[in-house]
Design a protein around this ligand. Structure first.
Ligand SMILES: NC(=O)c1ccc[n+]([C@@H]2O[C@H](COP(=O)([O-])OP(=O)(O)OC[C@H]3O[C@@H](n4cnc5c(N)ncnc54)[C@H](OP(=O)(O)O)[C@@H]3O)[C@@H](O)[C@H]2O)c1
Length: 184
């Protein structure tokens, strides 16, 4: 769990409430929650790449070491924070942290942003379900084989607050929906 300093503060301590930013996960997942295979994505959906770029631009992004290496370089225009247990790991334009909690602390310390994105992959999403406030989910309408999955969204804990549907076309092999889920 997130440590004291960045927990959702109780009403007795409004100053801590001000400190705690919104934590949003952003992901594209198939109907069966597959998000990747062989350390790659399962599709090429240009509109989703644009959506990801526009939504995360200017904000800190926290990701697992494998996802960072899958992309191969830091995402421009964003503070890149990479979670790894390897103390000697480094990459240009990336901040190494030893845990997601440390990643959030670093995001606050370095940017003071009120919104922090968790951008995967599977291991990092799984560990972030309890601390995230929202999920930007691109639901790709296909059943696909993968080796990495997003956790099942528990509708007792999360509610769908927006949904926009898009058809498949010559550039998009699958239909897809941009969804926003908020923690209840
Ligand atoms: N569809 C999407 O939206 C989306 C988004 C992102 C990624 N992906 C896909 O997801 C796959 C990668 O996901 P993944 O689950 O294999 O890997 P990952 O979550 O990206 O990274 C896992 C690595 O993060 C580090 N890590 C995780 N938890 C940690 C902790 N608590 N403390 C310290 N370090 C920790 C470890 O690095 P070390 O081994 O270095 O210690 C671990 O090996 C790829 O296929 C990628 O394409 C899909």
């Amino acid at each position: 769990m997130i440590n004291e300093g960045i927990n959702r503060a109780d009403s007795k301590n409004p100053s801590l409430e001000e400190v705690r930013p919104t934590i949003a996960m952003i992901v594209a997942a198939s109907e069966n929650n597959a998000i990747g295979k062989d350390n790659q994505l399962l599709w090429h959906l240009p509109n989703d790449l644009k959506f990801f770029k526009n939504t995360t631009w200017g904000f800190p992004v926290i990701m697992g070491r494998k996802s960072f290496e899958s992309v191969g370089k830091a995402l421009p225009g964003r503070t890149n924070i990479v979670v790894t247990s390897q103390q000697d790991w480094k990459a240009p334009d990336a901040i190494r942290v030893a845990s997601i909690e440390e990643g959030i602390q670093q995001a606050i310390a370095k940017t003071n942003s009120k919104l922090i994105f968790i951008t995967g992959g599977g291991e990092i999403y799984k560990q972030s379900m309890d601390i995230a406030d929202s999920i930007y989910m691109t639901r790709v309408h296909a059943q696909l084989e993968g080796d990495t999955f997003f956790p099942v969204i528990d509708e007792n804990k999360w509610t769908l607050v927006s949904n926009e549907d898009f058809d498949a076309d010559e550039k998009h092999a699958y239909s897809y929906s941009f969804q926003i889920w908020k923690k209840i």
